[in-house]
Design a protein around this ligand. Sequence first.
Ligand code: NAP
Length: 458
Amino acid sequence: MSEPIRIAIVGAGPAGFFLAEKLLGQTETPVAVDLFDRLPTPYGLVRFGVAPDHEKIKSVTRSFDRTAARPGFRFLGAVDIGAALSVDELRRHYHALCFATGAQTDRRLGIPGEDLAGSHPATEFVAWYNGHPDFRDHQFDLSAERVAVIGVGNVAVDVARILCRTPEELARTDLADHALEALRESRVREVHLLGRRGPAQAAFTTPEVKELGELEGADLIISPEEAALDPLSQAALDAEGDKNTVRKVEVIQQAAGREPAGKPKRLFLRFLVSPTEILGDDQGRVRGLRLVRNQLVDRNGSLSARATEVTEEIPVGLVFRSVGYRGVALPGVPFDEKSGTVPNASGRVLDPAGAPIPGCYVAGWIKRGPSGVIGTNKPDAGETAAALLEDAAAGRLHAPGADPCDVLLAAKGIEPISWEEWLKLQQHENERGQADGRPRTKVIDLAEARASARGARL
Ligand code: NAP
């Protein structure tokens, strides 16, 4: 049997694992896959993005674990490609490099007041409450009674829901300990979730909005006027007949017709409003939000928001901007600033002249942008794997040196966390959590994570 082709995947989130599975799960071309992550822990956004009260969604990690058990798979955690090791250095040891680094930052709103104290990207709040080591020291002033969440995607819904959950509900999840403590003391009583278009265009999915209407500690409040469809949306829905959208609008309109039950918190879901300014007090802290009412207009076949003359101000002490993630450039890899993605054709990375770079691939959000659910990354990874295997068969991959990358890592004094070491850390987290009736208690401190992975008694 011929020597396996050596493949490095950078980023151990869902896209990285699905890609590893597609490569290791075929038998035609022998491959060895090294899956790198800059953190000591695998699973990417399943660990640091999926909401702690959505434990079921995290069961996808079982399929990642099956991939990790395949012959030819290695996990190399705590290796920062682009910092500790350059892409060029890595390239000397592999026939193919695949980047599955996701979208690590947030999109900006571009309105005055965006950087006031108390205005945060929702992505940072999510990373903080999920125990991402880079965000553990972030501070969010939960003494504010009113909070605005800008955007109506599933991330905005997650943030609003976590703010509305009772401390008892949160205590049953794997929310980071520091967040559990802070949310226990939270004085938040009102959350305003703000959509710039109407119910038919809301980016959240139906089960997610339905769940907002079933919260133990918060009433969902929607004004019937804002829940009603404008003539353009109604016409578009009638013409397309998209069942998912019809159901979503139904759920929203049913909730709008409901009397509040007088629960301790109130969650206002608004439509057809855009923030035009985040207002500050004389200390430079958020004190409110200026909104403009929108109407929908047809722009090249899709309905977009156009501002009217009608404005309002809402007093809020905290703002989460949840208008989408954005990819970050990796030194040594082409990047399109406009889309925040790596230019590619079916996963083959393209150079500035539009030609494929031999042995260079992308998968997941850095390939197609931050959209879709976890499962969307499966066919996406399938496409990239097919391109790579086709190039391998055609002799189009890069020709590396004979040494495995271990030689380079050792020379640089880098000691990656292995899969077996991660399993030890995971067992430690599970045991700690289950003793308190939680799925796990995450280790957040990087040094502690390393020590625990290496079997040290903590
Ligand atoms: P998203 O789904 O793209 O939603 C972004 C939201 O921001 C949209 O409502 C968008 O409105 C709004 N927006 C954009 N620019 C704006 C502006 N300038 N002013 C006001 N609003 C603005 O992004 P996301 O919520 O970050 O989620 C990312 C992906 O992860 C999505 O595919 C999502 O479904 C997925 N996800 C899934 C789950 C789950 O399955 N439970 C949980 C979390 C995330 P327009 O539509 O008008 O542009």
